[in-house]
Design a protein around this ligand. Structure first.
Ligand SMILES: Nc1nc2c(ncn2[C@@H]2O[C@H](COP(=O)(O)OP(=O)(O)OP(=O)(O)O)[C@@H](O)[C@H]2O)c(=O)[nH]1
Ligand SMILES: [Mg+2]
Length: 418
């Protein structure tokens, strides 16, 4: 996709309220990357050192008037605040500044709208945008009347923006039902898949960590990997065969980011369910990013918010080919950590060995007698387990093996011995 250069690039002043100037700068650096991804440009930063945002105008009112002068001096199209604004903050700021006032949530939603490719992704983004609008109608009126296209206007379209809350709520309920139907389809696929048990690993991590690059490296597929935030929105699942012959399903998922809009987490829950139903989590962390530790925390917080816990986590410290990579980075919450480079392939063998080891350790002992009619189950035990003993007895086959939990459950149901 090419950006249409005939359209003037919008220029925004990034603004944050933060108790810590350095943390504020780090967050605005990320906001600038988000702006870039959306096709806009970041101007000079404004960091207001305050313990919390002003309830009326986000920044203090004195700062707000300074901001207005800055907007005029720089000829900015607007300002973008690093937190989600309340309707009141949005309305008041927009009254003072007389320019576009955006917030981090609107920007992320805009990027998602631009990158969503499948029907499901598009519905999820539209739902998140509508929920945001429904809760900000009073504040947005002013802002939207000033928007002549650009960030904040992609997605549901102008006519819907002007419609009243009732129409928006109606659309929200229609979309929510659509998503429910899609979840049902996905559940059916997952059930079909679990019939022939193949262990699944969900690849999660901060946006731009290298998840898709790693999936491509592991499975020889060609998922779009780009130096852009939120390049991937739709989950992709691919098969990978480990050195010992064991097969695995790897699922690439949408990236996480700090201050991820709550509506988006909600809307993408069905996509992220892939991680919930996975047997293992492969956490990709960009070790060359100076904020790797912050990213690591955001990933665990988001997993907790999605109620994904208690699964073995393999953390791949990625981009160790970069000169600035921190090779001593630790993730104490992970079951195991491995240094890799998805780009050069360094450490990939170690990663595969680590996955195999975890798999071996998580197998459970099984002692059953299976009827001869359970041929399918028997071959799954042989394929995914390690058989200790197998003998033909009167009514079937007595088998002792170390197998994955799911298979143990199936085999115990079919068990003939008491
Ligand atoms: N130097 C280096 N760059 C890498 C490595 N792995 C990925 N990258 C680069 O990092 C950028 C992001 O990679 P992706 O695979 O798209 O990252 P992602 O985690 O899927 O990102 P989203 O889908 O946007 O959340 C791309 O420009 C990759 O080429 C690595 O091991 N070393
Ligand atoms: Mg990706």
């Amino acid at each position: 996709m090419h950006d249409n250069t005939a359209i003037k690039t919008e220029r925004y002043i990034p603004v944050v309220v933060s108790e810590n100037t350095e943390a504020g700068r780090v967050s605005l650096d990320e906001l600038s990357r988000l702006l870039e991804t959306a096709g806009a440009e970041a101007l000079e930063y404004v960091i207001q050192k305050l313990p919390s945002a002003d309830t009326a105008t986000y920044v203090g009112s004195g700062k707000a008037h300074e901001l207005k002068e800055m907007v005029e001096a720089l000829g900015a199209d607007g300002v973008i605040c690093d937190d989600e604004l309340t309707p009141a903050q949005m309305r008041n700021l927009s009254d003072i500044l007389e320019c576009k006032v955006l917030d981090r949530t609107m920007l992320i939603l805009d990027i998602f709208a631009k990158h969503a490719k499948t029907g499901e992704g598009k519905v999820q983004v539209e739902l998140a945008q509508l929920k945001y609008r429904a809760s900000h109608l009073t504040g947005l009126g002013k802002v939207l009347s000033r928007l002549g296209g650009g960030i904040g206007t992609r997605g549901p379209g102008e006519s819907k923006l002007e419609s009243d809350r009732r129409a928006i709520n109606h659309r929200i309920s229609v979309l929510s039902k659509d998503i429910k139907d899609m979840v049902k389809v996905r559940e059916t696929t997952r059930k079909k898949r679990s019939g022939d048990y193949i262990p699944t690993i969900a690849i999660v991590g901060y946006t731009n960590a290298g998840k898709s690059t790693l999936l491509n490296r592991l499975t020889g597929s060609e998922v779009l990997a780009e130096n852009k935030l939120f390049a991937t929105l739709d989950p992709t699942t691919r098969v990978c065969r480990l050195p010992e012959g064991q097969e695995f399903l790897f699922t690439d998922t949408v990236g996480f980011i700090s201050k991820l809009p709550h509506n988006l987490v909600d809307a993408f829950k069905s996509t992220l369910e892939e991680a919930k139903y996975a047997d293992y989590i492969l956490h990709v962390l960009d070790a060359s990013d100076p904020d790797a530790e912050l990213h690591r925390q955001v990933v665990y917080d988001t997993l907790a918010e999605l109620k994904i816990s208690g699964k073995p986590v393999i953390t791949a410290m990625n981009k160790t080919d970069e000169p600035g990579a921190d090779r001593s980075l630790k993730d104490l919450q992970a079951t195991v950590c491995v240094n890799i480079s998805a780009k050069t392939g360094a450490g990939i063998d170690d990663l595969l060995n680590a996955i195999e080891k975890i798999l071996r350790e998580s197998r459970e002992r099984l002692d059953v007698v299976l009827p001869y009619s359970e041929g399918g189950l028997l071959s799954q035990i042989r394929k995914y387990g390690r058989v200790v003993n197998e003998e033909y007895v009167e009514n079937g086959i007595r088998i002792s093996a170390f197998v994955p939990k799911n298979i143990k459950g199936l085999a115990e149901k079919a068990n003939l011995s008491d």
